[in-house]
Design a protein around this ligand. Structure first.
Ligand code: SAH
Length: 202
């Protein structure tokens, strides 16, 4: 498959719907985020190992998560689990000049990999951090959107606290994808989608 064929498949099976997200998929090449030995499989719809027990998520999963998240230009976005930096790049492309993406990765080597991968895109709206994403990033809160591709047993309190009212969290909890809307300071509306497999949250 070519990049274009992969994107067309995601559009025709209605995984990708939002024009802004489709545009980002076209602008960010998955090839720039996979390991050299996987370059010939890069546009197949499957996860690929990036070392250290981590994977670059399956394109369908990335598309579903972004469609649920609905990031807007100008948004401050917190990402947990930078990994290859692929999702980071898509978020940065969507957030644009006036938005900002903060991404936390637990494994320093993977943060280094993401930094390397992202360099060719020259984003000025990305901050990469090493640390435990479960604590969020208090210094840079509040966020409009929070996304985690590492799966924990529950959604950490810190994420809920660091989210703006009207903001949204998309996170993997167990094998579910959870979408949380903060409707007031203390209230959340939750939806769950089953049947995903994610790298565990440490
Ligand atoms: N979005 C990434 C997916 C990487 S897989 C991509 O597109 O490539 C999930 C990542 O979460 C892994 O890199 C893993 O090391 C990281 N991770 C796991 N637990 C974490 C934690 N507590 N804090 C920050 N990152 C974590």
């Amino acid at each position: 498959m070519t990049s274009q064929q992969l994107i067309e498949k995601l559009i025709s099976d209605k995984t990708l719907i939002t024009p802004r997200i489709i545009k980002a998929f076209k602008a960010i090449d998955r090839k720039d985020f996979v390991l050299i030995q996987d370059k010939d499989r890069v546009y197949e719809d499957q996860p690929l190992s990036i070392g250290y027990g981590a994977t670059i998520s399956q394109p369908t999963t990335v598309a579903i998560m972004l469609e649920k998240l609905q990031p807007q230009p100008d948004n401050r976005v917190l990402e947990i689990g930078t990994g290859s930096g692929y999702m980071t790049a898509l978020l940065a492309e969507i957030a644009g000049k006036r938005g900002k993406v903060f991404s936390i990765e637990y494994i320093p080597e993977l943060k280094g990999l993401a930094e390397f991968n992202l360099r060719r895109y020259n984003f000025r709206n990305v901050g990469l951090f090493v640390g435990d994403g479960k604590a969020g990033l208090k210094e840079y809160a509040p966020f409009d959107r929070i996304i985690s591709s590492a799966s924990g047993d529950e959604t950490p309190k810190s994420w809920k606290n660091q989210l703006k009212v009207g903001g949204r969290i998309v996170a993997s909890v167990g094998e579910n994808l959870v979408v949380l809307d903060k409707t007031s300071k203390k209230r959340f509306k939750q939806e769950e989608y089953r049947g995903f497999i994610f790298v565990p949250l440490r």
